[in-house]
Write a protein that binds this ligand. Structure first.
Ligand code: ATP
Ligand code: MG
Length: 309
């Protein structure tokens, strides 16, 4: 079987609001945005040259799955991820239907809240690093004696400021409440816990640990608070294979482990310094990564992935 073509970058004839590491954000009239997930992949914060077939479709359709499933838990920006429906609403996009298929999401435009709402159900990443150093998270004490990847019950709400470049900075709930006002901060925390808990429980029944995840929220023009951006995807979360979970060490990544292993080997061998430009990736690493993304999608949703023919 030949692998489906991968898309490194979309170029639609619309005003481009932003090009992220993975997605392009286009303006679509005054009140809508079009989010297009490319097949770009990053590791160690560096975007690879190669694109990973199916990845953009997986990201888009995992988010769409959660937006639909959790609609009663949190109202969201989601309008549709169906290319036919997008084109029906915006006929000028008809010539680009195949680029949109499976990877584009039409959403309500909002004014984003300037904090990332991170929920941590397991101690990993920057939270583990700070804890290992000082027993704290964003300066606040956590219980003593935790080891790397320990399950946190109840989960922690761990907001972060959005840094334009470099790493986001973890802050306390109090710092967030001071900046946003307590009622909004409390509502963001309540929604974040509700979404994460529902997602974690669903994923756990299907062999995936969602160790932590980042939500974004925004205010629509009428003032409604909406869940925006992407939701509980492998890119906005840590997905771990449940059958290999063992606290006391870092966990393999469900999706990016083939890529990480390859790059880590190169670094150990002194053949890559960890900085841009990234090394070229062998086909089998790209293929293995693609397979992992697709597997995560199937496990989580139980549905067939919609891809361009
Ligand atoms: N409904 C919405 N209204 C306004 N902004 C939105 C909406 N949904 C998502 N966004 C914004 O779209 C942007 C997506 O860009 P972002 O840089 O996160 O792309 P990315 O490919 O995920 O890159 P990275 O991997 O660096 O996060 C974010 O800044 C997010 O706040
Ligand atoms: Mg992002």
């Amino acid at each position: 079987m030949t692998a489906p073509a991968a898309l490194r970058e979309s170029a639609l004839p619309l005003p481009l609001l932003r090009r992220g590491k993975v997605r392009e954000v286009y303006e679509l009239g005054p009140s809508e945005l079009l989010l297009v997930a490319s097949d770009r992949v990053s590791a160690f914060d560096i975007v690879m040259q190669e694109a990973v077939p199916l990845k953009g479709a997986v990201l888009t359709q995992v988010s769409a799955f959660w937006f639909r499933r959790l609609a009663s838990v949190a109202p969201s920006h989601f309008i549709t991820a169906d290319a036919g429906e997008i084109v029906a609403r915006h006929p000028a996009l008809a010539p680009h239907r195949e680029v949109l298929r499976g990877r584009a999401t039409l959403v309500r435009r909002t004014t984003p809240v300037a904090f990332e709402c991170v929920v941590r159900g397991y101690l990993s990443g920057s939270a583990w690093q700070e804890y290992a150093r000082s027993g704290t998270l964003a300066g606040e004490a956590l219980p003593p004696g935790l080891v790397e990847s320990d399950r946190l019950d109840p989960p922690l709400f761990s907001p972060a400021t959005k840094a334009e470049s470099g790493h986001d900075v973890n802050v306390t709930f109090e710092q967030m409440a001071e900046a946003l006002g307590r009622p909004l901060a409390e509502e963001l925390r309540r929604l974040s816990f509700a979404i994460y808990t529902a997602g974690r429980d669903h994923a756990a029944q299907h062999g995936i640990i969602i160790a932590d995840t980042k939500f974004e929220f925004g205010h629509a023009a009428d003032g409604t608070l909406l869940l925006i951006d992407e939701v509980m995807t492998p890119d906005s979360s840590r997905f771990w294979p449940a059958d290999r979970f063992a606290p006391g060490r870092s966990q393999p990544s469900f999706d990016k482990q083939p890529l990480r292993d390859y790059l880590a080997d190169l670094r150990r061998a002194g053949r890559w310094n960890g900085e841009a430009p990234p090394p070229p990736l062998p086909d089998e690493v790209v293929r293995a990564t693609s397979t992992r993304y697709l597997e995560a999608y199937h496990l989580l949703t139980g549905a067939a992935l919609e891809v361009a023919p």
